[in-house]
Write a protein that binds this ligand. Structure first.
Ligand SMILES: [Zn+2]
Length: 427
């Protein structure tokens, strides 16, 4: 039998193992925040991969945001060397999952298998992808033990909260340098026939307007910061939102609605803070002297960060010209530059070919509206040959009754395995 057929048969034969592995991962609740059970899941992965001949390192990201003795940021990185020198293919999955939320009809940490779907928080985002990559690598090793290069599999912390205690930390330590790793596949749930080339950029900022406190019965003796902020928001409604909708991108962002610049007003706070939930009293009458909004601006490869910042600064300066006593502060909170891997990059071409072989159709190329760990591999690791590819339906991520389909995991494991054959099995 030709090697690709042997590999596919080997993956099909591991169906029960793939299901059990996914269920085991789902039964370790790795909620983030706060970042629970990272060591436990890393040890589980470590035992599994040591059993398959990998050398494993457990790395704690000391001192990164959220790292503490109670919630240490643990990461697992496994490597298996081939018989001859060659390139290294790395599968990176995040081990953390988001809050359960309301509306579940299944046990979020039960790993229930019903009608070919495995349910649980993190099933599609992205423990199903992690399990598929492990089974793909193990099946590849079974049919082709005499390979060149190396395979790496990592399980990393905190992707859902920015990845600073996970991929960013490892990239800073050189684990994603182009000398060590040549191809990176992140099995995020982008659907099994799609290749995600990158993501839009992010700019978070806080705008604060200032006023003057006074008695609420005589507001003319003070200056209302909330009204100043109202003027800022009005300016956004009138001019900024329509202008952003005009900025279209050639990036193949999905969903279609995100194929433009967007802005979300993430929060607004002004005046007295609300009392505790059990406080039954009334507020005291005061004119608010401060109002703050946090904005979440998503930008395109065609824009640069300086222009994105200038747009907001210009808006504020415009309001300042029109409004008496308007005083404000603008503070950047967070930034991520947009990134998009070239369609001709080796990992893209390889995975596209494997998708066509497995699914009998051409791969679709997409870009994510939000960011994921590729940002750190690109900016810190300086490694451009990176994509997201994995099983699971993107729309189910972070939702109640999240699941991953067993057939989808098998198909994407085949795509990953065939990619390994293409990249590492060459004589
Ligand atoms: Zn994810």
């Amino acid at each position: 039998m030709p090697l690709p057929d042997q590999l596919n048969a080997e993956i099909d034969a591991r169906r029960e193992d793939l299901i059990a592995l996914t269920q085991d991962l789902l039964r370790i609740p790795t909620l983030n925040p706060p970042g629970e059970n990272y060591l436990e899941i890393c040890e589980y992965l470590s035992n599994r991969l040591r059993g398959s001949g990998f050398t494993v390192e457990l790395i704690r990201a000391h001192g990164t945001p959220g790292d503490s003795e109670k919630y240490p940021r643990w990461n697992m990185i496994a490597r298996r060397e081939g018989k001859r020198p060659g390139e290294c293919v790395h599968f990176n999955s995040h081990i953390d999952v988001v809050d359960v939320g309301h509306g579940w009809t299944r046990d979020p940490f039960g790993g229930e298998l019903v009608d070919g779907k495995i349910y649980g928080r993190g099933a599609c985002d992205m423990k199903g992808g992690l399990a598929a990559s492990i089974v793909a690598a193990e099946a590849f090793l079974a049919v082709n033990p005499d390979f060149s290069g190396a395979i790496e599999i990592s399980g990393t912390a905190d992707e859902e909260s920015g990845g600073y205690g996970g991929v960013a930390y490892l990239a800073e330590k050189g684990y994603f340098s182009p000398e060590r790793v040549q191809h990176v596949i992140i099995p995020e749930p982008l659907n099994k026939d799609r290749i995600c080339l990158g993501h839009r950029g992010v700019w978070w900022a806080e705008i604060e307007t200032h006023g003057e406190i006074a008695h609420g019965s005589m507001p003319f003796l003070g200056d209302c910061a909330v009204r100043h902020m109202g003027a800022v928001l009005e300016e956004m409604e009138e001019n900024l939102f329509p202008a952003l909708a005009q900025k279209r991108t050639d990036m193949p962002v999905v969903p279609e609605g995100a194929r433009q610049s967007t802005l979300n007003i993430n929060s607004i706070h002004g005046g007295q803070s609300e009392g505790d939930e059990d406080f039954t009293g009334l507020p005291s009458p005061c004119v608010p002297d401060s109002c703050r909004v946090v904005i979440d601006r998503r930008f395109l490869l065609e824009e640069n960060i300086e222009d994105v910042q200038a747009e907001i600064r210009d808006l504020l300066e415009g309001v300042e010209k029109k409004r008496e006593n308007f005083r404000y502060d603008l503070k950047e909170l967070h930034r991520v530059l947009p990134t998009m891997t070239d369609k001709d990059a080796p990992v893209v071409k390889t995975v596209a070919k494997a998708i066509a072989q497995t699914m009998g159709k051409e791969a679709e190329y997409v870009v994510s509206p939000g960011t994921y760990d590729q940002k750190h591999i690109d900016r810190i690791g300086k490694l451009k040959n990176c994509i997201a590819y994995g099983p699971g339906i993107l729309d189910l991520a972070h939702k109640p009754d999240e699941y991953v389909g067993v057939e989808d995991m098998l198909d994407s494991a085949k795509v990953m395995g065939l990619s390994l054959l293409e990249l590492l099995a060459r004589p």
